[in-house]
Design a protein around this ligand. Structure first.
Ligand SMILES: [Zn+2]
Ligand SMILES: [Zn+2]
Length: 326
């Protein structure tokens, strides 16, 4: 296959190439691109590039070379071949191929038609092994995203419809940097912690104004109020809240319970949660989470990606994640 990045060496001027891509022409960058003056069939390691570039710019560091190579690959001037990830082991020792999900980085076994190498044989090559890998987004990651998006859409007042609230609810309203947070608790524990544009916000606000609910339910609302005050003031370990799991009608309560265990400032990918729900239901459970903040669904990622969809909208999610970094 012909390389698509650099033009043939005789037409190549490192300075012009860099300027074309909006990069400043530094002696280091010039030396790194200049290292590729050999045939277009060359495949250089970063160390080889470093060795060649050092001949021109003796003080160039390995770190500079690695960073510049990554930058040039990102811009399409160079192509990177090979995987930087660690080797993975499996019990299936027979010859087979893999699909790699670029989101969750999991590998899946796939059967692909054999690669033809007869032409190489006629040229005198002795082929011992062929490797084909397929990359993309796995079905779980697609399904999780669909569930999450659908859930987050339905949780907003002007898109979804209010859910059934249990009877005997005590309710409260807490002002926060991300708007009012509305609370609802039964005698057994919390059942709602939602933002002001949530489908249930109107009903909770009306109940809060009527001061309903028994003593036990009101105590859970007080606990949640204390939790939120501690959380928003940046306390590392806000006091715990009791959740009335039986009072929830979420599609996958076991997913929410797994999410509740994610500690502040940490992320967990959806596929690593200890729940028996499928990928779509995990997404739906996280997207419709009726216990925002207490069940920290803003800490659930999709592999190495942080989805924008959130039960309180992307802006609140960004704010919360930044708040936890501080
Ligand atoms: Zn995946
Ligand atoms: Zn395999």
């Amino acid at each position: 296959m012909m390389p698509s990045g650099l033009p043939p060496s005789e037409e190549r001027d490192p300075g012009a190439l860099l300027r074309d891509r909006g990069l400043r022409v530094t002696p280091q960058r010039r030396a790194i691109l200049g290292a590729f003056t050999g045939a277009a069939t060359e495949h250089l390691s970063a160390d080889e590039v470093h060795a060649r570039a050092s001949a021109v710019v003796p003080e160039i560091s390995r770190g500079t070379v690695y960073a510049a190579l990554a930058e040039l690959a990102e811009l399409g001037l160079l192509a990177a071949v090979g995987s930087p990830e660690p080797v993975r082991y499996e019990t299936n020792a027979t010859e087979h191929q893999h699909f790699r999900c670029r989101i969750c980085l999991r590998l899946y076994d796939v059967e692909l038609p054999a690669v033809r190498t007869d032409r190489l044989a006629t040229l005198g090559f002795q082929v011992e092994r062929t490797t084909v890998s397929v990359e993309g987004v796995c079905a779980d990651c697609v399904q999780y995203d669909a569930g999450l998006e659908a859930g987050a859409r339905d949780a907003v007042a002007d898109a979804g419809s209010p859910t059934d609230l249990p009877g005997g609810l005590a309710c409260g309203i807490v002002e926060s940097p991300v708007g009012d947070v509305l609370l609802g608790a039964t005698a057994a524990g919390l059942v709602r912690v939602v933002f002001e544009d949530h489908v249930d916000a109107g009903a909770l606000r009306a109940l809060a104004a009527r001061r309903r609910g028994g003593q036990a339910a009101r105590a859970h609302v007080a606990d949640a109020t204390a939790f939120l005050a501690a959380y928003f003031s940046g306390e590392a370990t806000p006091p715990a809240c009791t959740v009335d799991w039986a009072g929830l009608e979420n599609v996958s309560v076991s997913t929410l319970r797994a999410v509740q265990a994610i500690r502040p400032g940490l992320d967990r990918s959806y596929e690593t949660l200890r729940t028996d729900a499928g990928a779509h239901d995990r997404g739906l459970a996280v997207g419709t989470n009726p216990l925002a903040l207490v069940v920290p669904c803003h800490r659930v990622t999709r592999g190495r990606e942080i989805p924008g969809a959130y039960v309180g909208g992307p802006e609140r999610k960004r704010w919360l994640r930044q708040h936890e970094q501080r």
